[in-house]
Structure formats: C-alpha cells, structure tokens
Write a protein of this length. Structure first.
Lengths: 348, 470
C-alpha cells in the first residue's frame, strides 16, 4: 500500500510538472508577451520598446531557464541597464532595493509572483478567492451529494418501476442541462421581472454575506448538472447489488424490504458512487468557472477567467497549479478510498 | 400593427392546456407517492389493496393526462399551420408554419423508417423503443431545422440584420414598417435588435455542422491510438495512457482559454495541432484497408490510392488551408474551435476504446485469429473493433451531446467564434447581461441547446437498450 501511494504521488508530481510546463509554454509565447508588455506599458509601444521591456523583466530568456526560475530551482533573473546602471531583479518585491533581493524566488520558496492585473501578490489573491470558492463548493456538495444518492438509491432499489423511470428521466434531463443553460432558466424563473422575483440574479454580495437569497441560485445551478450523473452511477450500482445472491437470501429469510435496502444493500451500493463523486471534482471546477462568471461571484473561477483574458502569467500559472493539484489529489484519494472501502481489491 | 398573442385563435384551448399541466404535476406526485408506499414490500400480494388501487389510479391518470397534453400540443402545431392569417395563428402557429418543411421531413423519415424497420439493423431496432424514438425525433428535428435553416427556408429575417425600434422587444412584436419582410419578430428581438427566432435557427446549423464531425474525428484519434495501446500493452500503453491522463487532468476551460485566445492563434499552434489531429483519419483508413486487402495487392493498391489522394487533398485544404484546387477551405476561427474540441474529447475516447479492447483481447476468437496467423492490425480493426461497436455507438451519441455543451461553453465565454456568430452559446452570453429584465433572447437558445442534448441522451439510452437486447 505504501509503495502504491508513493508511486502514485511520484506520477502526480510528474503530471503536475508537465501540465504547468505546458501552461508556461503557452503563456510565454511571443505574441502573448507582446500583449503583456503593451498592457503594462502603453498600447502604442514601438517594437523596440516592447523588446527592451521584455528584456528588462527577463521575459526573453530561454523557456527552460524561465520555468526553472518560476519553480525556484534557478536563481532569479537580474537585469542591469547598460546605460543607466539601474538594476531590476525578478526577486525584488515592490519597493525593495534590487541589490538586496534574495537569489531564489519561486514556488519552492513560497513566492507565487505578482499579478499584473490585480496589482497584488498572487498567493494572497489565490488564498482569498479559493476561500470564496470553497464556500460555494461546500454548499454545492451539501446540496448535491445527498440528493443524488437518495435519487439513485430510490431509482435503483426497484429497477424498472415507475419511480425508477421518473427519477431516471430527471437524471437524464439534468445531465443534459449544462450550467449556463440551467443558470439562465433559474434566473428567469426565480430572479427576473418576467418570473417570480424572489432571489437575486447576482451573487456578488454573497462573498461577504451569503444568504439564501443571493446564494441559492448559484449553488443550485452547479448541483443540478452534477446530480444526474452521480444519481445514474448510484442507480447502476444499486441495481447491481439488488440482484445479488445475498439480497435474495435476506429476502427469503423474511427480512422486510426496508431493512434489506437500508441494512444490506445500501452499504455495498455506495462504494462506486464514492469514486464517482470524487472524480466529479474536475467537472465541478468547470461548473464553478461558468457559474461564477454568470452570477458575478468573485471567486477562483472568476479570477481564472480574468487572468486568462489578460494573460496575467503568474496568476494564470498559479490558477493552473491549484486546478491541477485539486484534480490529481481527488484522483489519488478516490483510488486509495476505493481500496479501503472495497476489501476485494488488493494492490500488490 | 398589433403584437401577436402566443396561440392566436386557438387561445380558447389555453385554460384546458394549463389545467392539464397542473393535473399532470399532481398525478405524477401522487404516482410517486403511491409507488413509495407500495415499495414497502417486494412481494405483490403483501401490498394492501387500497394502496395498490391508488397506485393504479395514479398510473392511469398520468397516462390519460399525458395523452391529453400531447394531443393539445399536436392541435397547437397542426392547427397553427392550418389557420389562415398570422393574427389567428399566433406565435406558436406562425413558428410551426415556418417549420413546415421540418415537420414534413420528420414525418417522411419516421414513416419510411418504421415501414422498413426490420431491414435496417440496429437503426431499425431503435424504433422498437419509445425512449429511443423520442430521442431520435428531437435530434432529427434539430438536424432538419439546421439544414433547412441553412438553406434559408425557415428563417424570417437575416440573423445579423438590425431593425431599429426592435431592441429587446418581447416575442410576437410587429415590425415598425414592413416592406416585403416578415411582419413580426416571432421570438422577439435581442439587445442589438436582431431577430431571436432566425438566430436560433441559424445557430442550430452552427452546432450541427461542427459537433458530429468533431466527435467523429475524436473517435478516429481515440480508436487509432486506443486499440494498439490495449493490444500491444507495454511501454506504448504506459506512454499513451500518461499523455491522455495529462490532458484529462487539465481543466477544460483553462485549456480553451489557452488555445483559443488570438495571441495563441497568431503563433499558429492550433494549425499544427490540426495538422497532427487530422492526419489520424487518414492513418486509420489506410491501416483499415491495408490490413483487409493485404492478400489482394491489386485491390489494395487501388483502394489505397483513392483514399490517399482524396484524404490528402481534403487534409491539405482543411488543416493547412492550402488546397491546390482551391475548392476546400476552412475558416481559421472555426478550425481553432474544431481542434480544441477534438483535442479535449480524444483522451476520453482513447480510454473507453482501450478499456473495451482490453476486455475483448482475452476472448477466444482473438486467440483463434492469432493462431490463423492474422496480423495484429487485422485483429484490432476487423476482429476487435466490430465487436466493440455497441458501446462505441452509444458513447458516440452521448459524446455529440457533450461536444454540443463544449461548443456552447466556448460561445458562452466568447472564445473562438466571431462575436456576431448566431451560435447558441454566444447568444446566451449576449443575453445574460440583461437576463433579469429581458430574459427571452437568452431563453430561446438555452432551451434549444437543452433539448438537443436531451434528445441525444435519450437516443443513446434507446440504442443502449436495444443493443443490449441483441
């Protein structure tokens, strides 16, 4: 088991390195850098000015060197202007004398860089925004997981019954409704002058003070898309368990249907959905970005869109690190959890 | 001129329709509650008589009311077509009149398919399943709407034309001055005073022309890589699986933002990706033919030459936009969208194909083929692949729906397609800013997208049911 986890963590780190390198490569292409220079300097910069700006800030070094600096395994870039002698250093924070800057500054040193859009340290932006998204995610899970499991178990306990058919239709409909569609419909029904104006169509104020009025719709929108999938998986697993021999034995012994479902079937049927729920996280991340944009809730997804739209390299890299780590960690937990929950699986 | 009402002269039926829906809701709830009580015990005779009676009544009630609702909908659609003037047709009637070619095409398709269904294989079997038929009807409705819409048979206005005074007008508003044009905006105007109905119809074409082909390409890539990964295993499998996991671990939206921004397009990376991804169908076809006709060199050469000439011609036009004959061209921004959607879908297809092939590889007929001395590619493409078709066809339907959602996501974030493009995602994005005041411009494409994806999911469900019965 220990070797298995170690190997998985090794693969995980390799994957994370590859992915961040891809993001690094794509954000550091010359046209992207040129745009960065022009947004930082001014729009009518001459080509020479762009080159000198990029040179000064170390953007023209070889890609691998820059990547190493960002990781913190290569000393940070220091540039001395040949005419004025002014020194600019990558590791110098604003207002610090460049000559006193530390040699290394990268992820390993805990320095995530400086956001060019929000004019703030990336680590503090990511921390606050992730907190807000965490709040959203928490409520999404609170709404989504129990309802999906209940729907799945109810549908799966009697395959082919009317209850099963109505609930399965609901889950198919919910998987067919992406967040930007259900969000639009929910806002129209519950937060517009055309419908019932009982909730708010924006969740901006939910960042400080989340109430039912401003937070229910975004939470509901993300949950709806995920519910169907988890419910279908739960149903499949439940129907499989319900046809197993031990269930028939229990029935023949005279155990009531309620007890068969609650005491015998349920525990075995919930192993598969556990993995499914964890593997839903990458999709939830997608939903978060869409919903935060739609409801203007300034969390992690909103920052990701802002960073990507303005080619804010440090912020975008930090976002991708966070996203990739979330995905990989949930994959790892789901694998390990599966082994613990299902004693039949042995990993050598 | 006055605005149109929703149902015109048929509005006498509206109260009945509304009541039917309310009754339907009550009956469904009652039915679920009844089954819930009945579910207490598995054995039928243990259920107490009153509960069972109640359940039976609820089921019967749901059936009758659902029938009534369907009948009323049919009356609205057919009656709308038959009504003489636009005033008496109402919005529903006018829309259904505009969609007349679609109704006719749907009727013909269904009549022909049901008549010949015993000779049509899996497609014919689809018409044995109610769910499959409903799904197929919805999908074909949108396909026909898209095709006739692209032929300008359905649209009432130019989807890009703006008519002053029609900004954010509600559905059924009359145009201020009519000069030969259609006198109403059937589904209202959007925030740039364009006709929502025409935009939705044109948007269907945007989806129908991209989604199936993008999915097909993703399948070609996934199959060409997934079969050898499963069959040969070893290092090839390790590397390919690692790469596919790598792509899958990427949040889709981040990938879209990185691939579709104008700066990246400027560097030409999407074109190189297209060059790599689009070569797979050619490789696939070449291997397919080569392994099949290996023992008949004459036939093989002829087929190979045909495939290579045709394939490379299309390839040069589509991927590099340098068709020597100048016949095929692919708009660059559409190419970017196409490539990123194929790129996102391929790893999942790869995984599915690899999983199925790993299972089939252990069957006896594969071992028999190996003993006969069949080559690895023949076994993969002519022994394993045909036996994996059931799950692959089902997944293909589901994946078209997923691709539609992805295309909508791209449009929603304003990526790739031109800002004026009538595709559903962009239209929802345009409409969402004024959602709480004027919801109709965003609602129409939202419902369209939802119904298309729902139709594809139902179709996949029907196919799965029927292919399992084989």
């Amino acid at each position: 088991m220990g070797v298995f986890i170690l190997r998985r963590i090794g693969v995980m780190i390799l994957t994370a390195l590859c992915l961040t390198f891809v993001v690094f490569f794509l954000t550091n292409l010359y046209p992207a850098l040129e745009k960065l220079a022009k947004t930082q300097g001014n729009q009518r910069m001459s080509d020479d000015a762009v080159v000198s700006y990029l040179e000064r800030n170390g953007h023209l070094q070889p890609l691998l060197v820059k990547y190493g600096q960002w990781l913190g395994v290569i000393p940070g870039h220091v540039h001395e202007n040949p005419e004025t002698g002014a020194i600019t250093a990558r590791c110098a924070t604003r207002g610090m004398d460049p000559s006193e800057a530390p040699r290394f500054c990268g992820l390993l040193q805990g320095d995530w860089g400086f956001s060019t859009v929000f004019k703030d340290d990336v680590s503090s932006i990511i921390a606050t925004r992730l907190g807000l998204t965490g709040k959203l995610m928490f409520w999404v899970l609170v709404v989504m997981v129990p309802s999906a499991l209940i729907i799945g178990v109810l549908a799966g306990m009697r395959e082919g019954s009317r209850l099963d058919r109505s609930l399965s239709t609901f889950s198919i409909a919910s998987t067919a409704t992406p967040e930007y569609v259900s969000g639009v419909i929910l806002i129209t029904l519950l937060a517009s002058s055309a419908g019932w104006k009982i909730f708010k169509g924006t969740a901006t104020s939910a960042a400080d003070n989340a109430t039912l009025e401003n937070f229910l719709l975004p939470v509901l929108t993300i949950s709806l898309y995920g519910v169907g999938y988890i419910a279908r998986m739960t149903r499949a697993s439940m129907t499989e368990v319900m046809t197993a021999q031990f269930i028939r034995t229990a029935r023949l012994k005279g155990v009531s249907f309620r007890n068969v479902v609650l005491k015998h079937a349920l525990r075995n049927a919930l192993i598969a959905p556990f993995t499914v729920i964890l593997l839903q996280f990458p999709w939830l991340l997608n939903g978060v970005v869409i919903v935060e944009t739609l409801f203007n809730y300034k969390g992690f997804g909103w920052v990701l869109v802002a960073a990507a739209g303005n080619n804010d390299i440090s912020l975008l890299l930090a976002c991708s690190v966070v996203a990739v780590v979330v995905v990989l960690v949930t994959q790892l937990i789901s694998d390990i959890g599966y082994v613990f929950l299902n004693p039949r699986i042995q990993i050598s | 001129m006055e605005s149109l009402t929703w149902t015109g002269s048929l509005s006498v039926l509206d109260p009945i329709f509304l009541l039917a829906w309310i009754a339907f809701g009550i009956a469904v709830v009652a039915q679920i509650a009844a089954t819930f009580f009945a579910a207490e015990d598995l054995v039928e005779h243990e259920v107490s008589a009153p509960t069972r009676k109640l359940a039976e009544y609820a089921v019967l009630g749901v059936k009758i009311i659902a029938g009534l609702i369907l009948l009323l909908m049919l009356v609205y659609v057919v009656g709308g077509v038959l009504m003489p003037t636009l005033d008496t047709k109402g919005i529903v009637g006018a829309v259904s009149t505009r969609l007349l070619p679609v109704w006719i095409a749907l009727l013909v398709t269904f009549a022909a398919s049901i008549y010949f269904k015993r000779r049509l294989g899996l497609y014919g079997k689809l018409f044995d399943s109610m769910v499959g038929m409903i799904g197929f009807a919805i999908v074909m409705f949108w396909v026909f709407t898209a095709i006739f819409g692209a032929m300008d048979l359905i649209v009432t206005h130019d989807p890009l034309a703006q008519v002053s005074g029609m900004k954010n007008k509600v559905p059924g508003t009359a145009l201020p001055d009519v000069e030969g044009a259609f006198p109403y905006y059937l589904l209202g105007g959007d925030n740039l005073a364009r006709d929502v109905f025409s935009r939705v119809v044109k948007g269907a074409w945007e989806v129908v022309k991209v989604a199936p082909f993008a999915t097909l390409f993703a399948f070609m890539v996934g199959i060409t890589l997934g079969l050898p990964a499963a069959y040969f295993g070893g290092r090839l499998d390790t590397i390919l699986s690692f790469v596919s996991n790598l792509i899958l671990a990427f949040p889709v939206i981040l990938l879209f933002y990185l691939l579709v921004t104008p700066e990246i397009v400027q560097t030409g990376i999407p074109v190189y990706m297209a060059a790599v991804l689009f070569i797979f169908p050619i490789i696939f076809m070449v291997i397919l033919i080569n392994s099949r006709f290996y023992v008949q060199p004459m036939k093989r050469s002829v087929y190979l030459v045909i495939v290579l000439v045709l394939g490379l011609w299309i390839y040069s036009g589509v991927a590099w936009n340098s068709d020597p004959l100048g016949l095929i061209e692919f708009p660059p921004n559409l190419l970017v969208v196409f490539v990123s959607v194929v790129f996102v879908n391929s790893p999942t297809v790869f995984r599915i194909v690899r999983g199925i092939a790993l299972d089939i590889k252990t069957r006896d007929y594969v071992a028999a083929g190996q003993t006969r001395g069949e080559g690895p590619w023949y076994i993969m493409l002519w022994e394993i692949l045909p036996n994996a078709r059931g799950p692959l066809i089902v997944d293909f339907c589901l994946r078209i729906g997923y691709t539609t959602i992805l295309l909508g996501t791209l449009g929603f974030f304003g990526l790739g397609l031109s800002p004026e493009s009538p595709d559903w995602g962009s239209t929802i994005n345009d409409g969402r800013k004024l959602l709480s005041i004027f919801p109709h411009p965003a609602l129409a494409p939202a419902f369209s997208l939802m119904s298309l994806v729902l139709g594809l999911n139902l179709l996949a469900d029907g196919l799965r049911e029927e292919s399992l019965r084989d």
